[in-house]
Design a protein around this ligand. Sequence first.
Ligand SMILES: O=C(O)CCC(=O)C(=O)O
Ligand SMILES: [Fe+2]
Length: 181
Amino acid sequence: MQKVAAAMSELARVLARALAENLGCRGHFFAEDCGESTCFLRLNRYPPCPFFQTTFGLMPHTDSDFLTILHQDHVGGLQLMKDSKWVAVRPNPDALIVNIGDLFQAWSNDVYKSVKHKVMTNWNAERYSIAYFLCPSYESTIGSCTEPSHYKKFTFKEFRKQVQEDVKRIGYKVGLPRFLL
Ligand SMILES: O=C(O)CCC(=O)C(=O)O
Ligand SMILES: [Fe+2]
């Protein structure tokens, strides 16, 4: 597991840097602000579910990070929103999926879009996925790399707090629109 984490961590950093430099922005931001102690790896287990047609494995959401590197097994169930339609991601255990998160969307001033995704359950098979989340420290300020910015500056801590408050009060994550200027 340590080797998987190290490989995903390196890949996330290389990609974040390349995506930042592609915008003409300095890419070492991620090395400075996203240390090993603020990023995390999550193992998701989805047990078989008899009510698979109506039950989410994971509710529709965007990730609250810069970038997510995802590995899924052969079972399938991941879907992402493309042109207002849910599209199933073909399971391929030999491939990694890269999802842009909310922070990269804000940082890139909407050039890169945080992708909405969900996981459907399966009636007879157990499913596993491994996700590596590239996150900054709670104190890091997220601003846009180009002006004029679409979003007010916020710390990662403020973002997380707002998400938690929204989930508690209205039942779902509003996310970036809360920080639009
Ligand atoms: O299990 C998956 O394929 C997706 C996991 C995911 O979206 C997450 O952990 O945020
Ligand atoms: Fe996710």
